[in-house]
Design a protein around this ligand. Structure first.
Ligand SMILES: [Zn+2]
Length: 88
């Protein structure tokens, strides 16, 4: 089956998938907890090792379980001093 999607359509689809994968939606009303940092306090752990935690939806008032998955990435840079050393 040929892929007839334009680049814009592919980007739109990718963006939708990314947002869905990185959202934390209340299973009752669909409210996305990641839009409020104070909602995230209880559900962000160091490595996602805490298992399920109970969360309260500030939008609809119902309780539900959240299981966090952590995929941490880093970017490293040389210090300014070392970059100067490279020039010599
Ligand atoms: Zn809710």
């Amino acid at each position: 089956m040929p892929n007839t999607l334009t680049i814009d359509e592919r980007m739109e689809r990718w963006e939708k998938q990314y947002k869905e994968a990185h959202a934390c939606n209340c299973p009752h009303c669909g409210y996305d907890l990641t839009t409020e940092s104070e909602d995230m306090v209880n559900i962000v752990t160091y490595w996602g090792e805490d298992g399920r935690v109970e969360e309260h939806c500030n939008h609809c008032g119902k309780d539900f379980w959240v299981e966090e998955h952590v995929d941490r990435t880093w970017t490293t840079f040389k210090t300014e001093d070392e970059e100067e050393d490279d020039g010599f």
